[in-house]
Design a protein around this ligand. Structure first.
Ligand SMILES: [Zn+2]
Length: 463
């Protein structure tokens, strides 16, 4: 079965970054087999189904390099809190009470939300393992919705003194053993869904945890992701405990490498950035979350100048409140412009690279996804720009990064399969997923005591 996306305004993200008018793309099975004119493709593939994309933009599906899908149930409960309170009073207790059924409902909704806003690859960082079956719950949600991506088996091995609930703390040997088991169960070569490993952060994981992670990733060839230099607190803890920055420490013990995806890096110093580059360690940039939690403005331009690969991300919806990479693109560009008082410092084109091809590179899949080129996986999205927000339109990249809201995505294909077609999600019943997520969200908030944040007083000023 072949499908031709015909007469689109095509943002290829290929090596030449070609943006083509009235271009057509042919997909066969799970691969892109041709990019040409409609006439040529209809001649070469006479049996193909033609999807008319006149008046539409076609671009590669986006790669969200960092989220915590279970936090989909916690949208809005942690608004306007400093990070420590946000974690100890809301996110931590919610994690303690999370069940695999909650995690599944959250992940399904998070995947639907991602698909609706043009994301075709997710990196989930799942650090709650109070009950067995959490990784399975997320893998099944990817499977049901057709999502591509990584489910990273996260863990916390210490941090009670900083307010981490005891129930969330695991022995690193146990966490790594479980991660290995999950990898052996799910990781088949070339599979759409892969299990990775995710030590949480410097103040919540001991040295042994990092060393065992490195060993596991080497043996299983798995993706590693971790939080790095997100807050000044991480830097202070690293200094007290190891007398260096968290980046320096992780480099010194041999943890960093090209298979490490470091989320945030807000407080990386020039020396840290050089270290990231030396190891070809990748960065997941979460602009909305960094602003929401008041973590700071990461030195993204400096990283790009140094040649570090930076992908874009939403972070968990407890600290960004949705999974939209449209918002992430706009915030990424605007936060640097404002911070540096320099409108040229990060362009619309660069943030689109970060959301697509650079994101693909960040997860080691740049040969498979991230651009529309012959031979690559058919992960692509169709955007209808005939609406109030995106018109009048002059430049498709500008319209997507600065004008679009994200709900203009009409059709999404992952691995050659329509996961949303003409606004209808195909793999699951979206209304039922939404109802289920709301019900699990209400129930989890009640069980964990976070429902007190639902009835917050009106607060025009901070309290
Ligand atoms: Zn995170």
């Amino acid at each position: 079965m072949s499908i031709i996306f015909a007469d689109a305004w095509l943002i290829t993200m290929n090596g030449k970054r070609e943006v083509l008018e009235s271009a057509s793309v042919c997909v066969e099975k799970d691969r892109i087999v041709a990019v040409s004119t409609r006439k040529d493709l209809e001649k070469r593939f006479p049996a193909a189904e033609v999807v008319d994309c006149n008046g539409r933009i076609v671009m590669p599906g986006m790669v969200n390099t960092h989220t915590h899908l279970f936090q989909t149930l916690m949208k809005g409960l942690g608004d306007d809190m400093v990070l420590k309170k946000w974690f100890t009073c809301m996110t931590g207790p919610s994690g303690v009470h999370l069940t695999p059924e909650d995690a599944h409902a959250a992940a399904l909704h998070g995947c639907v939300e991602s698909i609706r806003s043009g994301v075709t690859t997710l990196v989930d960082f799942m650090y709650v393992h109070t009950r067995p079956g959490m990784i399975k719950a997320v893998v099944e949600a990817y499977d049901e919705t057709g999502m591509r991506g990584f489910v990273c088996r996260g863990f916390i091995s210490l941090g009670e003194e900083y307010g981490v609930p005891r129930e969330l703390i695991e022995k690193p040997e146990h966490a790594i053993g479980d991660a290995r088991k999950q990898m052996r169960r799910y990781n088949k070569p070339g599979a759409r869904i892969q299990v990775g490993v995710a030590p949480n952060m410097i103040w919540a994981v001991d040295e042994k945890g990092y060393r065992l992670t490195r060993k596991l990733a080497d043996e299983e060839h798995a993706l590693i992701t971790t939080h790095l230099a997100e807050t000044t607190f991480e830097l202070e803890t690293a200094k007290t405990r190891y007398g260096q920055t968290d980046t320096e420490f992780m480099s010194e013990i041999g943890f960093l490498g090209p298979d490490v995806l470091a989320a945030h890096c807000v407080h990386c110093k020039p020396h840290d950035i050089r270290i990231l580059k030396q190891h070809d360690t990748k960065v997941a940039h979460n602009p909305c979350s960094n602003l929401y939690l008041a973590s700071g403005c990461p030195p993204i331009p400096e990283m790009l100048m140094a040649g570090v690969t930076v992908g874009l991300a939403s972070d968990g919806p407890a600290s960004s409140n949705n999974h939209s990479l449209f918002q992430a693109m706009k915030f990424a560009a605007l936060m640097q412009k404002g911070f540096h008082q320099d409108a040229t410092i990060l362009t619309a084109e660069k943030v689109m690279e970060m959301a697509t091809i650079d994101g693909a590179r960040a997860v080691g899949l740049e040969k498979e996804i991230g651009s529309i080129e012959v031979g690559k996986k058919a992960d692509l999205i169709v955007i209808d720009f005939n609406n109030a927000f995106m018109t009048p339109i002059h430049h498709p990249v500008s319209a997507i990064v600065y004008s679009a809201l994200g709900n203009e995505v009409t059709t999404v294909m992952i691995d050659g399969r329509f996961v949303m077609r003409d606004g209808v999600v195909t793999g699951v019943n979206e209304a039922a997923v939404r109802r289920q997520a709301q019900s699990h969200a209400d129930d989890l908030a009640r069980r964990s005591g976070s429902d007190k944040f639902k009835k917050r007083p009106w607060r025009s000023m901070a309290i």
